[in-house]
Design a protein. Sequence first.
Length: 149
Amino acid sequence: MKLVLTQDVQHVGKKHDVVVVKRGHGRNFLLPRGLATIATPGLLAQAQIIQTKKEERKQKMTAKAKELAQKIKDLELVFEAKVTKKGPLFGSISRHDVMMKLAKEIEFKIDPDALILEAPIKTLGKHRIKVQLSSEVEAILHLVVKKQA
């Protein structure tokens, strides 16, 4: 049975996907719950147009992400922080601090969840932070923490 999904359905497909399922699954589960509609020629054409637009949007986003990744790769953020006599920082440098400084440097606000930082930075020196710009594009941000004069 050929159906067009009206919502994302786990283990079946995403919204606007054209799927082929067993008749019982379609008639007893997907159709009564409004998760899919029977694939007519008009719906198939509409689903194809939507899929094409999604693909174009995804390509544009990937291109923009690659451009940002190149900017981030060539960038080195420098933080100055107060240090205790024993070595660790007073306080720490958090994901939010890094995100704000990065946004200022590249003049583009990125999603805070894109910065993959396991724990706040509490030591001097060089650090590498992974930035996940999209599902396909990631960059490594170089960060240097120096002692405040």
